[in-house]
Write a protein that binds this ligand. Sequence first.
Ligand SMILES: [Fe+2]
Length: 367
Amino acid sequence: MKKPIQKAEDNVNQLKKLNSEYEKTKKALEKTNKFLLNILESSSSISIISTDLEQNILYWNPGSENIFEYKSSEIVGRHKIDIIYSGKNTIKRANQIRKHIIKTKKGAVCELRQVTKTGRQLWSKMTLTPRLDEKGNVIGILGIGEDITEHKQADKELYQTMKRLKKTLEGIIHATEKIIETRDPYTAGHQRRVASLAKAIASNMGLDENTVEGIYMVGVIHDLGKISVPAEILSMPRRLTNAELALIRTHPQTGYDIFKPIDFPWPVAEIVLQHHERLDGSGYPNRLEGDEIMLEARILAVADVVEAMASHRPYRAAFSLKRALGEIEQNKDILYDSKVVESCLDLFNNKKFKFSATREVSPLIGG
Ligand SMILES: [Fe+2]
């Protein structure tokens, strides 16, 4: 058994050891604090703001001074955070975000409209995180913000340019349609009806808005290549000879060659090229099979066949819609994509789809 003196010495040594560890930890913490404070203070383009639960500003770094033009001394402890929010709506939104953070104890990223001391408006991307006490209660919010006004402006300009470009391209497509209509009103009417059916099929399949719009645009001009076919062949009041058919069958390639150099926001030339291809490889011009054919072209193919069969021809009356739908159902998964066929049947059978009332005579085999 140790003597009392020995035991006391052991205790003193133990205390010394603990004290030395405490000092080491304290120094490490001070070093970390200094390091963090350096980061906060040296961020001149990032605003770092700390608030309490009443939204009073507790900390305001030099980055915030640069961005919002208020000195730390004139704002800390004197103003609430809503001084930098622009307009009632932003204040309302910021309040909702703040409440959500306090309730969930989870951070949030948001873009807010803000205003500087001199009234300059800006957009800020804010990362907001809850500040917690040692028991885990939220005692305030730390916000780290970046001025994204220039990005926003660039985005807006890019969006406007894209909108104008899209409008120009739509103009080209409609001008093309008019050219076709002048020469061959039959094809023009056919294309417009195919476009509306193809658009409805695509939309019914749940495709995204841009793809649906692209399919409609291509539908409106998909037979442009027929401008290289003599008009009398296009309106021949009898069945076509093999030579005449071969000539007509060049129209996807001609259309492709015309559209290829134009940089549309949709793959217009490729869809035009593939709209007579069939799943089993029996189509033209490249005898593509299955997935080699783009979905947009598979949709256009079904709309094209249904419209062509349900329309009058110079050499025959229109087949009934029932027969046209029977054709695609019978050849589902053989010639035509089954999902596209099902969407098309659903439109006519359950969703009351109808071609527009002003139906012109369509003279062509296979659209
Ligand atoms: Fe065609």
